[in-house]
Design a protein around this ligand. Structure first.
Ligand SMILES: [Zn+2]
Length: 288
């Protein structure tokens, strides 16, 4: 068997967040999966089930502050431009489990993750969701941290968002959501155009686009107080433009609902006649 120290030096030579496969003494081939995590170094052999873990010595307060400062500086540098922050690992099967689970909880499959171009950035320890325009150019991105010590949960590039809307799907109904995954999930229902408002306000540019579409609008923001305060403002604003708007309030963020629940919730509210409907989505299935 490979002694702990033998794999450890390989694991320590990896960049934080990195992993690779190396040989193990139990047989031929690279079957020992080693990784470098923030809190230590690990190894797992897919053949003999050997497991190793060496925790990193606890960091002092000074070291922690220095680390957070380094992360902050690196994050400020990448947010200066909408260019996608690299490196990018596009295959979710090799991401850390927690990173994938965040998307699996929203019912997003590996094939969908790859189709949407969502990737893992191991330097940033973040899942990055790119936003492209109609021509396929990246205009924006959102990066969610998996590092619980990082106070900034979401990172976005500092760009002018006044003319920016992330659009998914197409159809006779326009649904407005407050996060990208919710817009994507709602659009998978079919015959629905789902737009994610990247800011909390509807700018004149966006309002004009909504009006020009001629479609009735369903505002489906998160059920929390902040989401509903915004929903009230948006509905008032759109009604002033003469747009038919209704509000949908579900028990959870739209992205956390099953696809049948989304279907059912959109149907339950009817076509929309200017009244505010409050629909409580119930779980139809224990899990999906
Ligand atoms: Zn082995």
């Amino acid at each position: 068997m490979l002694e702990s120290n033998a794999w450890l030096q390989h694991a320590q030579s990896l960049a934080e967040g990195g992993s690779r496969k190396i040989p193990h003494d139990c047989g031929p081939g690279d079957c020992l999966h080693i990784n470098h995590k923030r809190d230590g170094w690990g190894a797992y052999c897919h053949r003999c089930a050997y497991k190793g873990w060496v925790p990193r010595p606890a960091e002092s307060l000074t070291e922690k502050l220095a680390r957070l400062q380094r992360i902050k500086a690196a994050e400020e540098a990448v947010t200066a431009s909408p260019a996608l922050p690299l490196p990018a690992e596009h295959d979710p099967r090799v991401w850390p489990l927690e990173a994938r689970v965040w998307l699996y909880k929203a019912g997003i499959s590996n094939a969908e993750i790859e189709g949407l171009g969502i990737y893992w950035n191991r330097y940033m320890q973040r899942v990055v969701i790119p936003v492209r325009d109609e021509l396929g150019h990246v205009v924006y991105w959102q990066a969610r941290t998996l590092d619980k010590t990082n106070p900034k949960k979401y990172l976005n590039p500092h760009v002018d968002k006044r003319r920016l809307v992330a659009k998914f799907g197409s159809g006779s109904l326009l649904v407005l959501t407050e996060d990208l995954l919710s817009a994507y999930k709602v659009a998978t229902r079919g015959n629905v155009a789902a737009w994610c408002l990247l800011g909390t306000k509807i700018t004149d540019f966006i309002a004009t686009g909504i009006l020009a579409s001629g479609k009735p609008v369903t505002v489906w923001l998160d059920p929390d107080a902040a989401g509903q305060t915004n929903a009230t403002k948006i509905i008032k604003q759109l009604r002033a433009y003469g747009v038919t708007v209704r509000n949908v309030v579900s028990e959870k963020d739209p992205k956390l609902l099953g696809r049948e629940e989304i279907e059912w919730t959109l149907k339950a509210g009817g076509a929309g006649n200017g009244e505010v409907f409050c629909v409580r989505a119930v779980r139809l299935h224990a899990s999906s």
